[in-house]
Design a protein around this ligand. Structure first.
Ligand code: UDP
Length: 354
């Protein structure tokens, strides 16, 4: 079976690093990778291919920037061309980005079956571009690889159990990546034996596109950095642009986005993770750290339910007090919430069985 995989954004590279390896090792499967170009900076894209051994994309579309509609539309045009010339048996998409939606839509219109990795996640916030992308992608896919029981339950509630498609709980491929690369963690430039810092990431549109939320978050980071523990912030390029435009002053240790091996090193040594990322919430858990999430909802509700993650929104005092109350609290993965690191082999062997 010839699989055409669409990737384009940082978390998709990290997920593909383990799934593409499993596909390569599975008899009967071949893979053609298409990189849409959604993320294109060297430290948002190339570094992951170099570090994680992801096969070189067969095709680079170099599509980024513009509005959501413009970016998705351009991807749709180009992806359709590639699909027609490659004639794959199946298309594989990951997560919830514009690249995911464009890949799924182009394939389904060409009647090429689509498998969606990280299916069934919901924030129930339709103002999130990711929520729109994931709902629509699930609708046009015929194989839905769910990472959690919560995702399975969401799809059941939406009536997917009555559809003639396959819905499977395979576990979370991000746990596979975390386990696989944990031994190869490496310090970012300028770091040596530091520990106990607050590892922060910040890039969700609901925070970066709202000056009130963003200012409150920056004030909270400054307060935490001065009064609780040093804040280390590998800053997403889009967030950096907005912060500069608004003239906000950050006192935290701001560094450029790091590679995945450096990110794991930081995760392993942090005293707490403070984030609005989806993936980083789980990685905090994989590495035994408490997480404070600067969002109003999360797709990873099981982490909140088991007490590993605290949802605080974007209020300065709520962020500071949750960080103060949870710093250096260690977390145990007793409940095997994410499948234990076997998701990518389960996915590859299921695909081979089709
Ligand atoms: N990540 C990274 N370097 C960084 C920041 C994040 O390698 O400087 C990794 C992180 O460990 C996780 C993934 O990027 O595996 C998460 O991506 P992101 O937060 O951009 O997206 P989301 O998960 O929110 O969709």
């Amino acid at each position: 079976m010839k699989i055409l995989t669409i990737i384009g954004a940082r978390p998709q590279f990290i997920k593909a690093s383990v799934v593409s390896k499993a596909i390569l090792e599975q008899a009967g499967l071949t893979e053609v990778i298409v990189h849409t170009g959604q993320h294109f900076d060297a430290n948002m894209s190339d570094v992951f291919f170099d570090q994680l051994g992801i096969p070189k994309p067969h095709c680079q579309l170099d599509i980024h920037g513009g509005s959501h509609g413009e970016m998705t539309g351009r991807m749709l045009i180009e992806i359709e061309r590639v699909m027609i010339s490659e004639a794959p048996d199946r298309v594989l998409v990951y997560g919830d980005t514009n690249s995911t939606l464009a890949g799924a839509l182009a394939a389904s219109k060409l009647h090429i079956p689509v498998a969606h990795i990280e299916a069934g996640l919901r924030s129930f916030n339709m103002r999130m571009p990711e929520e729109i992308n994931r709902i629509l992608t699930d609708q046009v896919s015929d194989v839905l690889f769910c990472p959690t029981q919560t995702a399975m339950d969401n799809l059941k509630r939406e009536g997917f159990e009555h559809k003639p498609i396959q819905v499977l709980n395979v576990g979370d491929v991000m746990q596979d990546s975390a386990l696989f690369f944990a031994q190869r963690a490496t310090p970012p430039l300028g770091f040596s034996q530091n520990d106990g810092f607050i590892l922060t990431t910040l890039h969700r549109a609901e925070n970066t596109d709202d000056p009130v939320r963003l200012s409150a978050i920056v004030e909270a980071l400054n307060d935490i950095h001065n009064n609780i523990a040093p804040v280390v912030l590998p800053l997403h390029p889009r967030t950096r642009g907005v912060i500069t435009k608004l003239g906000l002053e950050i006192k935290a240790k701001v560094i450029d986005p790091v590679g995945y091996l450096e990110m794991i090193w930081l995760l392993q040594r942090s005293g707490l993770v403070l984030t609005d990322s989806g993936g980083v919430q789980k990685e905090a858990y994989f590495f035994g750290k408490a997480c404070v999430t600067m969002r109003d909802q999360t797709e990873w509700v099981e982490l909140v339910e088991c007490g590993a993650n605290v949802l605080v929104g974007a209020e300065r005092d709520a962020i500071v007090s949750a960080v103060g109350g949870n710093v250096n609290r260690s977390i145990a993965d007793d409940d095997n919430l994410y499948g234990g690191g076997q998701a990518s082999t389960r996915i590859a062997s299921f695909l081979a069985s089709l």
